[in-house]
Design a binder for this molecule. Sequence first.
Ligand code: NAD
Length: 339
Amino acid sequence: MDTWDRKNILVKKKIIVTGGAGYIGSHTVVELIAAGFTPIIIDNLCNTSVKNIKGVEKITGEEIKWYNRDCTNTEEINKIFSEEKIEGVIHFAAYKSVEESVQNPQKYYDNNIGSLEVILESMRENNVKNIIFSSSCTVYGSPDILPVTENSPFKKAESPYGETKQICEGMLKVDSCNSVSLRYFNPIGSHSSALIGDCSSDKANNLIPIITEVAIGKRKKITVFGDDYNTPDGTCIRDYIHVVDLAKSHVLAMNLLINKEGKHDFNIGTGIGVSVIDAIKAFEKTNNLSINYSIGPRRRGDIEQIYANGNLVKEKLGWEAKETLYQAMKSAWEWEKNK
Ligand SMILES: NC(=O)c1ccc[n+]([C@@H]2O[C@H](COP(=O)([O-])OP(=O)(O)OC[C@H]3O[C@@H](n4cnc5c(N)ncnc54)[C@H](O)[C@@H]3O)[C@@H](O)[C@H]2O)c1
């Protein structure tokens, strides 16, 4: 992927990473650097900390160029795109709290759809062709058939957050860009250094951050929302993907777009369904800790189970998850202790 200029100096391909100071973005920046790209971050720090950029610099030994800008600001984003000669964009910047999106849908439509609109416009203005979009398995709603393939239908989204992902994927389909929508299942864990992770100010409402908060004493216990689902132990089933594996899929997707035009959607999961109780037990076993939990009623909006069919991404990108659930649980705990 390297190119050489006329004086035979190595020119690394520049990639704009919006939301690159966030949880998944910072891990992806590490992997882009390892693969020989030059990432440039745009992040307004609305849901993260500059600590993640410092962490990336420590891990990679590279100084990271970054802009503290809002991706919904057309003028400012256009200016960056016209000044930096870039090869592609990885668009992470968005709000991600399902719960908050139900309370304040407009905030989610404005930022999540608005930022993609601005990015696509700036790409067209500056002749940038390649974009990778952070989508989510929420686009499938509550699926009828498991595991879900990329051809599984989009059912009614369970939240305005899910709706924004469906709409954004639709926008990419009709734009002239080359695109990959990566449909993440449930990202967990952190880089083994524990120098980067989820710095979000959202109240933790995903399972693993809640488990680590119980472990460290920030919460007394975890309430498992329902044990009467039609699953082996009655609790909901998800597909937990280590964030480092997830980050690596972006590098492969960017190389695909650089080498070949097109539009693609890929599921990024392990293909393994893990129940809430399985996840608590895996955390306890890995970290030799006991987690206080009790069973409560079902939570509105939770789907019974979802996990990925990963055949397509394996075939087209040569990507599959490598890290284990135990590695993810260990790194999640290290991050909680370190953050
Ligand atoms: N974490 C998950 O469970 C998950 C699952 C599926 C999809 N996703 C998607 O992946 C992406 C990254 O998620 P994450 O977990 O790293 O979240 P995150 O909140 O840690 O990262 C998002 C980053 O974008 C920045 N940002 C938000 N709006 C911005 C704007 N208008 N301008 C500039 N910066 C802005 C935030 O400051 C933050 O650093 C999001 O699009 C999210 O919807 C996340």
